[in-house]
Design a protein around this ligand. Structure first.
Ligand code: PMM
Length: 287
């Protein structure tokens, strides 16, 4: 196992293993589970299921980041996420709000969210970093090169690992300058965001480079297209998102073994088993 930065994020649970974040997409059009949890009641029920299955964190989002997806209005995004965040938080779940908008982050924290997950790393909304600093909550800062509609036009790299690390370092500096405490800051390579499948595999194989940023690392590989492209059938057809959960769990073990602080997944039980296996392996190495 690589030597990794601190495994603790102030204000979030700290089991002695990689954390598992379960995903609740309150969207009609996410690639991974499009529309399954779009109704408030369904989303809340699903969040409770993820917690019962052992999720350490529940990530609630109201905007699909699928390539080409249309953005909801801010009012619509608030309408989707706030009741879900409020219900799950009131029931004791540790909820993160997956949003690129400072106002959505603020209102979600007001109704109980414990942290903010921003796939734009503060680039989409200039108010995001100061808002998070003022709220003093944990912040996941993901590598991002532009909105989903156009992001695949920005997937050209000389050295993907070096460039992602350099660009993330700038966002870490911006977050710290804005006043976010280092103990509350998490970095994420943003698999699939302005990245090809090849880039994703390279980044996953070089997690130690991300650890050089000195912050806990979150990885979101679950159900992403690069897994479908790997798991083709005999006719060469890509595996559909719901059929990618075993591969996703295997990557959770790989990521946990690589010192990652948290994996963001749709199928919680399998990834929880995976990170527990990785933790047990790591104990042997410590002996
Ligand atoms: N991926 C998606 C959405 N949010 N957040 C973080 N921090 N990292 C990710 O990789 C990430 C994310 C897209 O996947 P989904 O449609 O299944 O939510």
């Amino acid at each position: 196992m690589y030597s990794a930065p601190a495994r603790y994020v102030d204000g979030l649970p700290h089991p002695d293993r990689c954390l598992v974040m379960g995903v609740v997409n309150v969207t009609p059009d996410s690639f991974s589970d499009g529309g399954m949890w779009f109704e408030t009641d369904d989303a809340v029920r699903h969040g409770h299921e993820l917690v019962a299955a052992g999720a350490d964190l529940v990530d609630v989002g109201g905007e699909s980041t699928r390539p080409g997806a249309e953005r909801p209005t801010i009012e619509e995004e608030l309408r989707r996420v706030l009741p879900v965040v409020a219900d799950l938080s009131a029931a004791g779940a540790v909820v993160t709000i997956d949003t690129m908008r400072a106002e959505v982050a603020r209102q979600a924290v007001d109704v109980g969210a414990a942290g903010v997950n921003d796939v734009s790393g503060g680039l989409s909304d200039p108010e995001m970093l100061p808002a998070v600093a003022a709220m003093a909550v944990p912040y996941v800062c993901m590598h991002w090169r532009g909105p989903s509609a156009t992001m695949q036009q920005h997937s050209s790299y000389g050295d993907v690992v070096a460039e992602v690390v350099t660009e993330l370092r700038k966002r870490v500096d911006a977050a710290l300058t804005a006043g976010i405490e280092p103990g509350r800051l998490v970095v994420d390579p943003g698999l699939g965001f302005a990245k090809t499948g090849e880039h994703n595999w390279t980044l996953l194989s070089r997690l130690e480079a991300l650890h050089e940023l000195g912050q806990p690392v979150l990885v979101g590989a679950s159900r992403k297209t690069f897994l479908g492209s790997l798991l083709t059938d005999a006719a060469g057809t890509s595996r559909s998102p719901l059929g990618r959960d075993t591969a996703s769990a295997v990557l959770s073990a790989v990521a946990a073994w690589g010192g990652v602080w948290c994996v963001r997944v749709h199928d919680v039980p399998a990834s929880l088993d995976a990170v527990r296996v990785a933790a047990r392996f790591a104990q042997e190495e410590d002996r």
